[in-house]
Design a protein around this ligand. Structure first.
Ligand SMILES: [Ca+2]
Ligand SMILES: [Ca+2]
Ligand SMILES: [Ca+2]
Length: 553
C-alpha cells in the first residue's frame, strides 16, 4: 500500500492539472481572450486571441462559448465553427493549430446583437488566465443626433464608442437621469411631453462597469400634441357630413379634390386650444350648397328640416382650422357662429349670393389669412361683403350673445386678396366689435355696387382696430366713395363705435374716383377715443386727398 501511494498522488496531480488547464511541465498552456474590435448599431466584430504561456507548442485547440439569447454569429474566420443554438465551438484551422510557447494566434467572428461570450473554455478548461482587471472606460460616444420626433417620443442615434475590452452597452440620459439603455447605437425615448425641448446625452459602458463621459448634449423638441392625430379622409358629400358630425379634438378631416354638394354644418363639435380640429383640402376641393330650403327658424341655428344655404357653417364649435379648400355657389360662403379661435387659411370663396366669410355671434379671436375672395353678392349686392366682422345692431337680438352685443372681437384679417367683383365692402367692421387687425391685404374695388352704402373697401364701425400695410385699388365699373370710412353707429348699450382706430402704412389708389383714402365721418364724436391716421399712409388718384382728418406724423 505504502509503495503505491506516491504514484497515485502523482497521477491525481496530473489529472488536476489537465482539468484546470494550469501550466504543467513540458506542456502547452493555452488561454483565450475575446476582444471587441468594432461595434456598430446592432452588432459587433470580435477577435479571439489564443496565447500559449506553456513551454511546448500546441498541436491544436478547441474553444467553446455561449452567447446570450438575441445575439447570433453571422460569420467567422480563421477557425472551423460549429454552432448549436447559442453554443458555439471553434477548432483551429489548418494553419493556426500550432501555437508556439509565448506566441499567439487569432481567429474572429462577427455578431448580430450586443451580447458577449460567456462560459468560455479552451480544450475543455476555462479560457483563462485571469485577465487583468478592466479599469479603462470606453471612449465617449460622438455624433449624437435626433433621427425623428413625435409628440411623445424622440429617436436618437450616435457613433459607437470603443473600449480596450469591449463596449457592452449605452445609457441615454435625459436631464441627467438614465432614460434608456441599449446595446446598439440608437434608441427611442418615449413618454415625453409634447411641444417641449428635451436635452439628451449618451454614455458607454463596458462589462466591468466602467462608464465613459456623457456625450455632448442635444436638445430635441417634441411635436405639438395632435390628440392622437387621427386623420379622416373624405371624398364624398356624405362622408364629409359624417366626419363633421363626429369630429373630435385633434382630428384632421382631409378633403379629396372634387365637388361636395350639400349642407355642411359643424354643430357643437369643439376643438381645444391644444387640439384644434382641422378641415383641410386642396383648392380643387369645392363645397357647394344649392340651398336654402325648408322653414327658417326666427334666428339662424341648425334646425332639422332647414338648410341655411351656407357653404360651410361652423356653429358653437371653437378651435377649428379651415384650410385650403374652396366654397362657391352658396347663399353665404363660410359662416362662423359662436365659434371663437377659428383660423381660416388659404381658402377661396367666390360666386356667393351674399357675403363670403362672416365672423358672427361673438366668434372672437379668429384669423382669416392668405385667402382669396371674389364675386360676392350675386343675389344681394348690398350684403355682398368679402369679410364681415360682427353683426349690425339690428341683428343683435339674434347674434348678440355677449351682453346683447355681437362681440366678434380681435379677429385678424391678414394677407388676403379681396376683389374684384365684391359687391359690398371688402371688409365690413360692425359696431360693437373691438380690437381686430386688418393687415397686409389687397383690395380690388372694381365691381363694388354702392348698394346699402357699400362704397369703400373697408367700413369701420368697430373700435380699436389696427389697419395697416394694406394695398387698395379701384377701377371702374363700380360705385366708390372712399377707400376707408368710419361710421359712428348709435347702439344700446352705448359704445364708442367707429372710434379709436389706427391707420398706418396703407397704400391707396382711388382711380381718380374716390374722394379720400381715409374718410373719418366724425372727428368730434371720437374726441375721447380718436381715430389716428398716420402720415405713413399714401394715396394716389384721389379726388380730395389722403384724409379729411388730422394726420399724425
Ligand atoms: Ca474597458
Ligand atoms: Ca359707405
Ligand atoms: Ca356692408
Amino acid at each position: 500500500m505504502t509503495t503505491r501511494a506516491p504514484a497515485l498522488a502523482a497521477a491525481a496531480a496530473i489529472v488536476a492539472a489537465l482539468l484546470s488547464g494550469a501550466p504543467a511541465q513540458a506542456a502547452p498552456a493555452l488561454t483565450a481572450a475575446v476582444t471587441q474590435t468594432s461595434v456598430w448599431n446592432g452588432g459587433y466584430g470580435a477577435d479571439v486571441t489564443v496565447a500559449n504561456s506553456g513551454d511546448t507548442a500546441s498541436t491544436g485547440w478547441t474553444i467553446e462559448f455561449d452567447l446570450p439569447s438575441g445575439t447570433t454569429i453571422t460569420s467567422s474566420w480563421s477557425s472551423v465553427r460549429t454552432s448549436t443554438g447559442q453554443h458555439h465551438k471553434f477548432t483551429n484551422a489548418g494553419f493556426n493549430g500550432a501555437v508556439k510557447p509565448g506566441a499567439t494566434v487569432k481567429f474572429g467572428f462577427n455578431a448580430s446583437g450586443g451580447g458577449l461570450p460567456a462560459n468560455c473554455t479552451i480544450n475543455g478548461a476555462p479560457c483563462g488566465a485571469t485577465p487583468p482587471a478592466d479599469t479603462q472606460a470606453p471612449s465617449t460616444p460622438t455624433g449624437l443626433r435626433s433621427t425623428g420626433v413625435t409628440s411623445s417620443s424622440v429617436s436618437l442615434s450616435w457613433t459607437a464608442s470603443t473600449d480596450d475590452v469591449g463596449v457592452t452597452g449605452y445609457e441615454v440620459l435625459r436631464g441627467g437621469a438614465v432614460s434608456a439603455t441599449t446595446t446598439g447605437t440608437a434608441a427611442t425615448i418615449s413618454g415625453l411631453s409634447p411641444a417641449t425641448a428635451h436635452s439628451f446625452s449618451v454614455r458607454a459602458k463596458d462589462a466591468a462597469g466602467n462608464t465613459s463621459a456623457a456625450s455632448a448634449a442635444v436638445s430635441v423638441t417634441t411635436s405639438p400634441d395632435t390628440g392622437g392625430g387621427s386623420t379622416v379622409d373624405v371624398a364624398t358629400a356624405a362622408q364629409l357630413q359624417a366626419a363633421l358630425a363626429a369630429a373630435t379634438p385633434g382630428q384632421t378631416i382631409r378633403l379629396a379634390a372634387g365637388t361636395y354638394r350639400g349642407s355642411f354644418v359643424v354643430n357643437s363639435r369643439a376643438g381645444t386650444a391644444s387640439q384644434p380640429i382641422t378641415l383641410t383640402g386642396p383648392r380643387g376641393a369645392v363645397l357647394i350648397n344649392d340651398g336654402p330650403s325648408g322653414e327658417a327658424p326666427s334666428c339662424p341655428a341648425p334646425t332639422a328640416g332647414w338648410d341655411s344655404g351656407y357653404g360651410l357653417w361652423v356653429f358653437g364649435s371653437p378651435h377649428w382650422n379651415l384650410t385650403g379648400f374652396t366654397v362657391q355657389e352658396s347663399k353665404k360662403g363660410i359662416v362662423l357662429d359662436n365659434s371663437h379661435h377659428t383660423t381660416i387659411d388659404g381658402v377661396s370663396v367666390h360666386h356667393v349670393d351674399e357675403e363670403a366669410v362672416h365672423f358672427r355671434r361673438s366668434s372672437a379671436d379668429g384669423v382669416i389669412r392668405n385667402s382669396t375672395i371674389t364675386d360676392t353678392g350675386l343675389v344681394q349686392p348690398g350684403y355682398g361683403e368679402g369679410v364681415y366682422l360682427g353683426s349690425a345692431n339690428s341683428n343683435w337680438a339674434c347674434h348678440g350673445n355677449t351682453g346683447g352685443v355681437d362681440r366678434s372681437d380681435r379677429v385678424q384679417v391678414l394677407g388676403n386678396r379681396i376683389g374684384p367683383n365684391v359687391a359690398a365692402e371688402a371688409i365690413d367692421v360692425k359696431e360693437g366689435t373691438y380690437d381686430g387687425v386688418i393687415r397686409g391685404n389687397t383690395f380690388d374695388g372694381q365691381g363694388i355696387t354702392g348698394q346699402n352704402s357699400a362704397d369703400s373697401w373697408v367700413d369701420v364701425k368697430g373700435i380699436g382696430y389696427l389697419i395697416e400695410d394694406n394695398t387698395g385699388t379701384f377701377r371702374s365699373p363700380g360705385t366708390f366713395a372712399n377707400g376707408y370710412e368710419t361710421h359712428n353707429t348709435s347702439t344700446t348699450p352705448a359704445l364708442p363705435n367707429g372710434c379709436g382706430n389706427t391707420w398706418r402704412g396703407n397704400r391707396s389708389d382711388l382711380g381718380g374716383v374716390g374722394q379720400y383714402a381715409i374718410n373719418i365721418t366724425s372727428v368730434s364724436k371720437c374726441s375721447a377715443l380718436p381715430n389716428v391716421v398716420y402720415a405713413s399712409n399714401t394715396v394716389a388718384g384721389a379726388v380730395k386727398g389722403l384724409t379729411n382728418a388730422p394726420v399724425t406724423p
